[in-house]
Design a protein around this ligand. Sequence first.
Ligand code: ATP
Ligand code: MG
Length: 390
Amino acid sequence: MEYNVIIIRFGEMSTKGKNRKDFIFKLAKSIKRNLLGFNKIYTMDVRHDHIYLYINNIEEFDYTPLTNISGINSFSLAKKVEVFELEDLVNYGFDFIKEENGNTFKVHARRIDKSFPYSSDEINRAIASKVLKNTTLKVDVHNPDILLSIEIRSDGAYFFTKTIKGIGGYPIGSTGRILMMLSGGIDSPVATYLLMKRGVEVSCVHFSSPPYTSQGVIIKLKDILEKLNLYQEKINLYIVPFTKIQEKIYEISPEGYPITIMRRMMYRLASKLANKLHIVALAAGESIGQVASQTLESLRAINEVTNLPIIRPLSTYDKIQIIDISKKIETYDISIRPYEDCCTIFTNKNPKTKPHLEECRKIEEKFDFEPLLDEAIENINKVVIEQETN
Ligand code: ATP
Ligand code: MG
């Protein structure tokens, strides 16, 4: 069936009561931005329950960007026909089914406009009986090869056989802002994607330890964020100079503790930055038990230094699941580029899986870290990564 309209469904956000208007507005904006190259080819009709894109030249139009927009649960490629007589519905319905491949079919009509004089059941039966009479197709109500859906609205009938899943979630920016700790590894970009998909506007912070870590890491981060621009058009990356603090940590920490202390310092810095940016939550890519610094005891020792909520989207994910997503969002190949990050550069023998809080506090008393943290915050380098507009 050659479609002339796309019906976009919102899914979860339909339940969001009074925020709904704002959500739909943000989603419409997202769609416009993602379909920038096609703006002369479609017109958008935003309604309270769906968004319709009327396409005036399907040959030049590509709907794939819709599969990457958070807030879209699914969409259907439909044909809108201005018919209001049962006989016309039957003829169109029959033509549509005839064009499809398969042995079994089902017709699923819905009257959105209740003033239409025939019930959905009558429409279904009328179309099915013409199909049964004129083809070898059989009805299968549970698992049909061809499912023809028809929505009868006051402005016409919408026929469709093809529904495509979106990524779901909420429109970007509709659920607040977060400061994400971005390393160059596989996990944190995936966590960032999951947050964006949930509608969170993400800013990123990276702790950089030149000359121990190379400029290659920063290039890597920019490349990763360019991939994530697909979901959020503009991403701020804050690069925090971490060398001095890190050297100090390794100077004073006994065996087993540098990683824990380092992560406590990272969280302290992230909290200070978040406060400055008026951001109320932090996020990171940890997964329970993945490494020594990600045991529950370690997470407790790390969390102690901040009172901001910390969202860890991957906390229950397996590495295989994480890798699958990173391949899907195309960050995997960038993440595995061989640059050292500040966690791997300093040798760390036998990291503690159960660091003691008291011990952490005692180690930290050995140096006056607050001025160092403030100095690092003063010297942050901000980079804005933006979607290229075409
Ligand atoms: P990733 O693949 O995201 O690097 P990982 O499995 O290597 O994760 P860790 O190195 O222990 O795990 O880091 C855990 C989390 O801490 C990361 O997912 C990231 O959110 C944060 N993190 C680690 N290093 C940095 C860094 N240099 N700058 C910013 N955040 C960092
Ligand atoms: Mg890492």
